[in-house]
Design a protein around this ligand. Structure first.
Ligand SMILES: *Cc1c(COP(=O)(O)O)cnc(C)c1O
Length: 843
């Protein structure tokens, strides 16, 4: 019935033409932003682009029609931006990242275009529900977690600040796996995000590069007697550009996100094909396409696989060749490459770029070593994202040489020259020199990518103040002592457009009603909210918005998991990748402790709480998967225990991604940021939650330190050892057994897990996890346990006074101005990249 009415309406509107007397044929209204123009565009796209009509159009068809209508408007701005950059020859930032966790495009683009309301109205007049269509979008999950999401926030801020920039990466055919929970365990499913097509990208078939792999290097003397190198590959793969326009917020700037897809080259194995060896021809096509097939699902853990190295080199080589092409086509000289582009390395994943630029400059563009090195080391800047040793990238030297024989030669030569220099600088301190060397010695030799990045870059930065300090004291200590001028800090940030305006329009409206909309582009203006913390009416409205967001999340939880949760209870939220260092299991120890308290005294006065977890575990990370099972097992017991009577609930919301994050963050009362101090480089989930009015329970780790400084210690629930104390405990020998045997509550919890209390009396399921906590825990859970429990009691007390809580929550949001990715990007522009804004004019 609904569908029929809807069909008639769209049909009628289409036959009637534009409906408001304006000529639909006017050029300037083709990409206009008014309701009628949008309506017409949606209808036209349905008919002319998709060949569909209302009687047969599906929900996806309508989604596509709107997406194409919006894309037309993006393209207009994108063309204007690119034209202007080319004509005026601006300096450009190239952001190199193996991951972009973009999240759904449609609603974000509507907000940045400033036409959300208009599109909603246009849809309504067509009998469509915009929100229902927005929910249809499958997000491009081209990243694992924080690092990929940071790249996405930075692309948004670059465009919003009108900075000429290109983001380069990989167009994975399959992004991060979809997570399902069966019997409490994580089950992975492939993320076939391109299944229904991707209206936001434009394939640039003509923009492609040949990328070589394997083989060997010939040396010869040219006619002038110069030593030359000729890389004869075993395999050549074609990289094809797929462009996605990234529009800034209410500006005309639309930058390019250029992702590379691997394909077989035109002439692929023609011989086998002709000889009738169809299998071998098809085989080589498959090998080529495999390179951009799938994202490696490890977060903070390296995977030393050949294919991974091939992915890295593939996208970096395509990107650098592309940049050189852009530069030369503008009539500029190769010698000035570093003046045109500054290349930011998002972690070491693209660090092979240092050797690749040397190769391109010398082997392809015939520069001498000294000049090539001068250009290279003025081009790159490197962001370090982790202190975890297991995440520092190295490549087995033999594997590396078999994939990139020419680069191995270049790295040897870069290293030879560097070691000569360092030997003199360091007066032959062999230990330091071997730690700085690009090549590690051991049973097998290996290439140290962080060292290549440090040496080849003019700037090195950490992602929060504490992290940048720790870099200088620990993993990059020797580099800091040798080259202190390279070291900087750039504290991460998040885009308020996606994480407030889009995720929390209710709070956005409440705030803008009081202080205007300036804060959306200048987050420091949130400060003006502070006085309203004293306004009882405002506090009431503030808490009402929070309640509504909690209600909406409760509804989703009910629908997805069948669990009833009470929006009046405290929503205590821990959502992020599952990792031992992030300590989801510490949260579980708290929940069981609370459960035991209530069991012993069922009539006790307890603040009802809903514990919400979400996050993916790397498929090969057994303990992380066990943590998910533990959360679900505890939930099963707690949620159904009549003594508890619904006062505490534990839910694990499956498939944590940007779409779900947008629903979860605004509903949080409490934000759990409980990593072992010194382990979380920055965190950005902490920022998104705090911005949305959640109060943080956290350690002094990553950006928590700066968040606490900004919001005020009285509005932050601090617990646990500091990074220095963690280091001290470890150096003195951490003895978890002592904490266990001396703390009866802790002992009870661990014994209970081991007894099978939460696992149908199977006492073995969680043994691997409890054993690691008891005998060799890198992450010091037991050392922080009592402090965490005590702090949670304070959280509970504070929540009982809802008026005071509201005040804290408002002040908390009001003081988060620093954590906009606009601020981060401004700092990168001024202090590293030396690039300026270029306002784009639409003609
Ligand atoms: C912000 C974000 C992250 C990073 O969260 P942390 O708490 O900083 O680890 C990971 N995944 C998604 C989907 C996010 O939006």
């Amino acid at each position: 019935m609904k569908k029929k009415v809807l069909a008639d309406k769209v049909q009628a509107d289409a036959t009637n033409g534009n409906g408001n007397g304006h000529s639909p044929y006017l050029e300037d209204s083709r990409t206009g932003l008014g309701v009628d123009t949008l309506k017409r565009a949606i209808r036209n796209n349905l008919f002319y682009v998709q060949g569909k009509f209302p009687e047969i159009a599906t929900r996806n068809d309508y989604y596509m029609a709107i997406a194409y209508a919006v894309r037309d408007r993006l393209l207009q701005r994108w063309v204007a931006s690119v034209k202007q950059y080319i004509q005026e020859k601006h300096r450009v930032v190239a952001y190199l990242s193996a991951e972009y966790l973009l999240g759904p495009h449609l609603a974000n683009n509507l907000i940045n275009l400033g036409i959300y309301k208009e599109t909603e109205q246009a849809c309504k007049e067509l009998g469509l529900d915009l929100e229902w269509l927005i929910e249809k979008e499958v997000e491009p999950g081209l990243g694992n977690g924080g690092l990929g999401r940071l790249a996405a926030c930075y692309m948004d801020s670059l465009a919003t600040l009108e900075v000429p920039a290109i983001g380069y990466g990989i167009r994975y055919q399959f992004g991060i796996f979809e997570q399902d929970i069966r019997d409490g365990w994580q089950v992975e499913d492939t993320d076939n995000w391109l299944r229904r097509g991707n209206p936001w990208e434009i394939a640039r078939r003509e923009l492609s590069y040949d990328i070589k792999f394997g083989g060997y290097v010939q040396t010869y003397l040219d006619r002038a007697g110069k030593l030359c190198f000729n890389w004869i590959p075993e395999l050549v793969v074609k990289g094809v550009a797929y462009d996605t326009p990234i529009l800034g917020y209410k500006v005309n700037t639309a930058n390019t996100l250029r992702l590379w897809k691997s394909e077989a080259p035109h002439s692929f194995d023609f011989q086998s094909f002709n000889a009738g060896d169809y299998n071998s021809a098809v085989n080589s096509k498959i090998i080529c396409e495999n390179i951009s097939k799938v994202l490696y699902p490890n977060d903070e853990q390296i995977e030393g696989k050949r294919l991974r190295l091939q992915q890295q080199y593939f996208f970096v080589s395509c990107s650098l060749q592309d940049m050189i092409g852009i530069h030369l086509r503008q009539g500029e000289k190769i010698h000035d490459f570093h003046k045109k582009f500054v290349v930011q390395l998002n972690d070491t994943h693209p660090a092979i770029g240092v050797a690749e630029l040397m190769r391109l400059l010398m082997d392809v563009h015939q520069l001498e070593w000294e000049e090539a090195w001068d250009i290279t080391s003025k081009t790159f800047a490197y962001t370090n994202h982790t202190l975890l040793p297991e995440a520092l990238e190295t490549w087995d030297l033999q594997l590396f040489g078999s994939v990139l024989p020419r680069h191995l030669q270049l790295i040897y030569e870069i290293n030879r020259r560097f070691v000569d220099y360092a030997t003199i600088k360091l007066y032959g301190n062999h230990q330091k020199i071997s730690s700085l060397s690009l090549i590690g010695e051991g049973p097998r030799k290996y290439i140290k990518m962080a060292n290549l990045a440090c040496l080849g870059s003019f700037a090195i930065n950490g992602v929060a103040a504490l992290h940048s300090e720790l870099l200088k004291k620990t993993v990059l200590k020797d580099w800091y002592e040798l080259m202190p001028h390279k070291f900087q800090n750039k504290t991460n940030g998040v885009t308020p457009r996606r994480w407030m305006v889009l995720a929390n329009p209710e709070l956005t409206n409440l705030i803008s009603g009081k202080i205007g909309e300036g804060w959306i582009k200048n987050l420091h203006e949130l400060k003006q909210l502070e006085p309203f913390a004293d306004d009882p009416e405002f506090r009431k409205e503030w808490m009402q918005v929070k309640f509504n967001k909690k209600k909406a999340l409760a509804k989703r939880i009910k629908k997805r998991l069948g669990v009833d949760v009470d929006p009046n209870s405290m929503f205590d939220i821990l959502v992020k990748r599952i990792h031992e260092y992030k300590r989801q299991h510490l949260k579980v120890l708290h929940i069981i402790t609370l459960y035991n308290q209530i069991k012993k005294n069922p009539s006790m006065d307890v603040v009802p709480r809903t514990f919400i977890f979400a996050g993916k575990a790397a498929p090969g990370y057994r303990k992380a998967k066990l943590m998910i099972k533990l959360i679900n097992s505890v939930g099963e017991i707690v949620n159904n225990d009549p003594d508890i009577n619904g006062r505490i609930k534990v839910v694990f919301y499956p498939n944590y991604n940007v779409t779900n994050a947008q629903k979860i963050y605004p509903a949080a009362d409490v934000s759990e940021q409980i990593s072992t101090a010194g382990k979380e480089a920055s965190g950005t989930g902490n920022m998104k939650l705090s911005l949305n009015g959640a109060l943080t329970v956290g350690t002094l780790d990553g950006a928590n330190v700066e968040i606490r400084e900004c919001v005020g210690e009285e509005n932050f629930f601090l617990f646990g050892l500091t990074a220095d104390e963690v280091a001290k405990v470890k150096s003195e020998g951490y003895k978890p057994w002592d904490y266990y045997s001396e703390n009866p509550n802790l002992k009870e919890v661990i014994d209970q897990i081991n007894s099978g209390y939460f696992s149908h009396l199977d006492s073995k399921v969680f043994k691997e996890l409890t054993d690691s906590l008891l005998y060799d825990d890198q992450y010091l859970l037991f050392a922080d346990y009592q402090s965490y429990i005590d702090t949670q009691a304070k959280v509970e007390e504070a929540f009982k006074d809802q008026d005071k809580w509201a005040r804290m929550s408002i002040l908390n949001t009001a003081r988060m101005g620093k954590f906009s990715s606009d601020r981060s990007i401004r700092e990168y522009c001024d202090e590293i990249w030396k690039v300026e804004s270029v306002p784009v004019t639409l003609d």
